[in-house]
Design a protein around this ligand. Structure first.
Ligand SMILES: [Zn+2]
Length: 103
C-alpha cells in the first residue's frame, strides 16, 4: 500500500517495516539504526537528499524570478516567501531518506 504514495517513507531493508514520519525525522542525524521490528541493523542513507536539494533550489529560483519579474513584490515579502518555502522543503526531508542493508 505504501508504495502507492510517492515520494515514500523509508522501509527496513530486512523486514520491510514502514517507518512513520516522526520516527524518520528522529533518525535524520544518525548513521545507522536497529530496526524496532526485526532488530537488524541498517544504514541510513542520505544520498537522495541531493535530489531534494536540487529540486528545491530550482523551484526557489523559478518562484523568485517569477515574483520579481512579473509580480514585482518587495524584498520583505520575497524573504518571507523564501522562508516559508524552505520550511516546507524541510518537512519533506524524511521522504528522501533511504534505509539500506549494512554490508
Ligand atoms: Zn526490520
Amino acid at each position: 500500500m505504501a508504495k502507492l504514495f510517492l515520494p515514500s517513507l523509508p522501509v527496513c531493508p530486512h523486514c520491510k517495516t514502514i517507518y512513520r514520519y516522526g520516527d524518520v525525522r528522529k533518525l535524520l542525524l544518525k548513521k545507522e539504526e536497529k530496526c524496532y521490528h526485526c532488530e537488524k541493523i541498517f544504514k541510513i542513507s542520505k544520498k537522495k537528499l541531493i535530489i531534494l536539494l536540487l529540486e528545491f533550489l530550482l523551484a526557489l529560483l523559478a518562484v523568485n524570478l517569477l515574483l520579481i519579474g512579473f509580480v514585482g513584490v518587495n524584498l520583505i515579502t520575497l524573504f518571507i516567501i523564501n522562508v516559508v518555502l524552505t520550511a516546507l522543503a524541510a518537512t519533506l526531508l524524511p521522504y528522501y531518506i533511504l534505509f539500506v542493508e549494512k554490508k
